[in-house]
Design a protein around this ligand. Structure first.
Ligand code: NOJ
Length: 542
């Protein structure tokens, strides 16, 4: 157990934390095989401390055949050799804690890899056996050659695959990700042990993958034909109320440990009231605010989602979170500049990411971040956004690795464009991502300008904007503050949080700034007014 003490209810670290998402494959590669690893992350942790975040969340680094970037776990209690060893994980945890950074790890309970020993046992066992009962095996329909129902995989194609003896198994994601049967008591028992395994090693929390998907509607009924859409959020396999039992149980497990351990739900559910059910006092602690992520650059809709988020999460005593980018969605600077802005739901099928105007995109991306980081609650920053990275849209088909691309014969591009290894040093091979320039996805030739060493200490750089915003956020306790709306016109998102007035110009016409001390501007200001796609923080004591 950690020796960190537990704080008073209401003052836990995660309520106001800025959590930086590391996608291990693409963060830093110490071994030189072109795939990021735990040693690489540990070496670069001081940069994250300097950036000023409170915690890091690591996407999966467990033993896995990597058919879905590690979200296909073959052993929940071991590190994949691609990423290092358990000793590397321990070192990473220790070094992060020494730097004052909390560490949140990913937990993938909806499905295992098809290489997990349970699934291998299930394949060897007969229909009806206890080994098969840990997963969702069913006979087919008709003469048995049709799937048990009409469910579609989030990654495209049927959600069922037939095995040699004729039975079918369910996989809401890739064929290599069989869904577990959470009604089988062996499954929750195994995950209690997995939680304890990592809690004992000192992790500060878990980001829970597909938290809305663990339970399926009784009888596995067909999806209403009219409602079949890839990644549908309301369906017999997503958003069932019975999932909450699981999180009440996990709440108890975490409560056995000191140090305010936390759970964050990845739950793509609508509306916000339903999302907030994941963070009732006896369940999880945070939920990603995907409704905010999905909100277009539109002042009225932004004001509305901020209000509703604070109200709905507040109604259950939880902080809201705010998030703009992650490893599943089009990077926000690119996404917010697209016309029309694409639906990004699970973010898995950007069919039409084309040419977003590069200048609008960066200005708007930075303005959106400056708005987000001024909001009370927790916030998530995805690796590379602090460098201003755009989505990479021209990855050649043969280099693409997301199963979505392959399962849809290239119709959906998938998520490789936001997963390209990030640039550290402008002049180094592979921009310093790996010692020899190797990279599992090709890095654009134009990325030297985004490299961290090209931005550190450079006034006006995106990295300096993030660093300064995080410093000011802490200094003015914005994470623990409140939103009091100010009327600055229909195209403004304007509010006071403590002694800071925040204004984002989401329209075209200039907006006057209030008199006061200018603390932060998302772009260099030319006058006491904000142009389109600019956000400013002004200190205006009451
Ligand atoms: C959500 C994860 O963020 C995504 O990357 C993954 O493909 C699916 N869940 C399936 O685990």
């Amino acid at each position: 157990m950690s020796d960190a003490t537990t704080t008073q209810p209401g003052a836990e670290w995660w309520r106001t934390a800025v959590i930086y998402q590391v996608y291990p494959r693409s963060f830093a590669d110490a071994s030189g095989d072109g795939v990021g690893d735990l040693a690489g992350i540990a070496d670069r942790l001081p940069h994250l401390q300097a950036l000023g975040v409170d915690a890091v969340w690591l996407s999966p680094f467990y033993r896995s055949p990597q058919h879905d970037g590690g979200y296909d776990v073959a052993d929940y209690r071991d590190v994949d050799p691609l990423f290092g060893t358990l000793a590397d994980a321990d070192r990473l945890l220790a070094e992060a804690h020494d730097l004052g950074l909390k560490v949140v790890v990913d937990l993938v309970p909806n499905h295992t890899s098809n290489e997990h020993e349970w699934f291998q046992e299930a394949l060897r066992a007969a229909p009806g056996s206890p080994e098969r009962a840990r997963y969702i095996f069913r006979p087919g329909t008709g003469d048995g050659s049709e799937p048990p129902n009409n469910w579609q995989s989030v990654f495209g194609g049927p959600a069922w695959t037939r095995v040699a003896d004729g039975e079918w198994y369910l996989h809401i994601f890739d064929t290599s990700q069989p869904d577990l049967d959470w009604l089988n008591p062996e499954v929750p028992a195994m995950f209690d042990d997995v939680l304890r395994f990592w809690l004992d090693r000192g992790v500060d929390g878990f980001r829970v993958d597909v938290a809305h998907g663990l339970m399926k509607a009784p009888g596995l009924p067909d999806v209403d034909e009219d409602a079949i859409t890839t990644g549908s959020m309301e369906s017999p396999f997503f958003g069932q109320e019975s999932v909450h039992e699981v999180y009440r149980r996990w709440h108890e497990v975490l409560a056995e440990y000191d140090g305010d351990r936390m759970l964050c739900a990845e739950a793509w559910v609508h509306p916000l009231e339903k999302m907030a059910r994941f963070v009732r006092p006896d369940e999880m602690h945070q939920a990603f605010n995907f409704v905010y992520l999905e909100t277009p650059w539109d002042a009225r809709r932004l004001r509305q989602v901020i209000d509703e988020s604070i109200a709905e999460f507040g109604a259950v005593g939880a902080p809201s979170t705010w998030v703009l980018s992650n490893h599943d969605t089009i990077r926000h600077r690119t996404r917010l500049a697209l016309v029309p802005q694409p639906p990004h739901g699970v973010g898995i099928g950007p069919t039409s990411v084309s040419k977003a105007d590069a200048e609008v995109s960066l200005r708007r991306g930075r303005a959106a971040t400056a708005l987000m980081l001024a909001l009370p609650g927790g916030a998530y920053v995805y690796q590379g956004e602090e460098l201003g990275l755009p989505e990479v849209v021209d990855i050649p088909a043969e280099a693409r690795q997301d199963p979505t691309f392959h399962r849809t014969n290239g119709e959906m591009w998938g998520r490789d464009g936001c997963r390209v290894p990030i640039p550290w040093e402008a002049d180094a091979p592979g921009y310093g991502f790996s010692p020899n320039g190797a990279s599992w996805l090709p890095q654009p030739a134009s990325w030297a300008t985004y490299a961290r060493d090209a931005q550190v200490g450079v006034p006006g750089s995106t990295l300096e904007l993030y660093t300064e915003a995080l410093r000011l956020r802490r200094e003015h306790a914005l994470g623990a503050g409140t939103v009091e709306w100010i009327d600055a016109g229909p195209d403004a998102v304007a509010f006071r949080n403590g002694d800071v007035v925040v204004i984002a110009n989401v329209g075209h016409d200039a907006i006057d700034l209030p008199a006061g001390e200018l603390l932060l501007a998302s772009t260099e200001l030319h006058a006491a007014s904000l142009r389109a796609d600019e956000t400013a923080w002004v200190r205006v004591p009451r």
